[in-house]
Ligand binder design. Structure first.
Ligand code: HEC
Length: 332
C-alpha cells in the first residue's frame, strides 16, 4: 500500500485529533481568562492546543478530500461534493473548511503579544469556542453520514421512494418455464450494480467466510431492509463480496449472494461464483465454478441463518444496536 493510499483510508483515524482538541481547548481557554501572575502556563496550553488542532485539521482535510474522491463523491476537477448529491456531506465539508479558517484566526490571536500577568483575552476565547463548535458539529455530520452509508442507521432526511410493486404476471406459460433465462447464469444477480447500494464501503461479514461484502437492494426491498424488518414479496437483494487480504478487502472477488422473496413470501437464495478462490475451494467442495439456486443442496448451510429470508436484525452485523424508530429526529 502506498503512503497516499494509507492517508486516504485513514481519514476516520486522523479526525480524532482535531475532535480531541475541540473538546479540550474550551476548558483551557476559560482557565486562561484570569488576569494575574502565574497565568502564562495556560496561554502556552492554549497555543499548544491551537497548533495541534490546526496541523491535524489540515491532515484530516487532506485525507478526507482524498477519501471522498476515492469513493466518487467528489467529481474530477471539483474540490467539494456537488450540492444535493450526498445530503450531510456538503455540510460536513463546509463546516470543516470554516473550522480551518477559524483555527488559523485563533492561532493569530493566540500569539498576539501580552504582558506576563495579562489574561489571554476575550477574542481568542470567542474564536476558540467557535472553532471548537465548528469541528464538533462538522465531525458529527461526517460521522452520521458514515454511519448511514454503512447502513447502521436509517436515513430520516432522505425519503426512500417505494413504488408499488408491479404486479407479476402469474400465469407463466409452461414453455417459458423450461426456458428460464437464468438456468445457466444468474442474470439479475450479475446486474447487481443497477440496484441501490446499502453500504458505500465493503464491511466485513463473519457469517460469510470473513469476506468483505456490500449489499444492494431493489426499490421494493429498500425501506424494509434499512428498517431491519422482514422483506416484502418482490424484494430482491444482492450481496457482492471480496476476499479478505491482510484484514482489508483484497483484489480477489468472492461469491455473489442473492436473496429473493417470492410472491408467497418464501425466500429464494442464490450463490454464484464464477471462479472460486483458493480459500473458497473448501466451501465449494473443490468445484471451480458454482451456481447454486432453488433447491441446490449447497444452499442447505445458508438455511441455518436465512430460513426466514433476511437474518433477524438482532443477529446482524451491527456495531450499535438499533434503537426503536421513534428515536429518529435530531439526526435529520
Ligand atoms: C451464520 C449465519 C449465516 C449463514 C450460514 C449465511 N448467512 Fe447470509 N447473512 C447473514 C447475516 C448476519 C447477514 C447480514 C449481513 C452481515 O451481517 O454479514 C447476511 C446477509 C446475506 C445476504 C444479504 C441480504 C441480507 O439479509 O442482508 C444474502 C443475499 C445472503 N446473506 C446470502 C447467503 C447465502 C447464499 C448463504 C449460503 C451460502 C448465506 N447467506 C449464509 C448470516 C448468514
Amino acid at each position: 500500500m502506498s503512503w497516499m493510499e494509507w492517508i486516504t483510508i485513514s481519514h476516520s483515524m486522523f479526525v480524532n485529533l482535531p475532535v480531541g482538541v475541540a473538546i479540550l481547548l474550551p476548558w483551557a481557554l476559560i482557565a486562561s481568562q484570569r488576569a494575574g501572575r502565574g497565568i502564562r502556563p495556560w496561554w502556552v496550553t492554549c497555543r499548544y492546543l491551537g497548533w495541534a488542532g490546526v496541523l491535524s485539521s489540515f491532515l484530516a482535510a487532506f485525507s478526507g478530500y482524498l477519501y471522498a474522491r476515492s469513493l466518487g463523491m467528489i467529481p474530477l476537477g471539483a474540490y467539494l461534493t456537488p450540492k444535493g448529491a450526498y445530503p450531510l456531506m456538503r455540510e460536513h465539508q463546509a463546516l470543516m473548511l470554516a473550522s480551518l479558517g477559524l483555527g488559523l484566526l485563533f492561532l493569530k490571536s493566540a500569539f498576539r503579544k501580552r504582558e506576563e500577568y495579562q489574561s489571554f483575552g476575550v477574542l481568542p476565547l470567542i474564536l476558540g469556542l467557535l472553532w471548537s463548535a465548528a469541528i464538533l458539529v462538522g465531525g458529527w455530520h461526517g460521522n452520521t453520514f458514515a454511519a448511514r452509508a454503512q447502513g447502521k442507521i436509517k436515513p430520516a432526511a432522505i425519503p426512500v421512494e417505494t413504488p408499488a410493486p408491479k404486479p407479476q404476471p402469474l400465469a407463466v406459460p409452461q414453455a417459458a418455464i423450461s426456458q428460464d433465462p437464468e438456468t445457466k447464469l444468474p442474470l439479475r444477480l450479475l446486474d447487481y450494480q443497477s440496484l441501490e447500494p446499502i453500504q458505500l464501503d465493503p464491511i466485513r461479514s463473519a457469517a460469510h467466510g470473513n469476506r468483505w461484502i456490500r449489499v444492494w437492494v431493489n426499490a421494493v426491498a429498500a425501506e424494509a431492509y434499512r428498517a431491519g424488518v422482514s422483506l416484502p414479496a418482490g424484494s430482491f437483494v444482492a450481496m457482492n463480496s471480496l476476499e479478505d487480504r491482510w484484514g482489508r478487502p483484497g483484489p480477489e472477488p468472492g461469491p455473489l449472494y442473492g436473496l429473493e422473496i417470492k410472491s408467497d413470501g418464501t425466500p429464494l437464495l442464490t450463490f454464484y461464483w464464477a471462479k472460486v478462490s483458493e480459500k473458497g475451494l473448501a466451501e465449494t467442495k473443490g468445484e471451480n465454478r458454482v451456481y447454486w439456486r432453488e433447491n441446490n443442496p449447497g444452499l442447505q448451510a445458508c438455511m441455518s441463518c436465512h430460513s426466514q429470508g433476511m437474518v433477524p436484525a438482532s443477529q446482524r452485523n451491527r456495531i450499535f444496536k438499533k434503537k426503536p424508530s421513534s428515536s429518529e429526529g435530531p439526526l435529520g
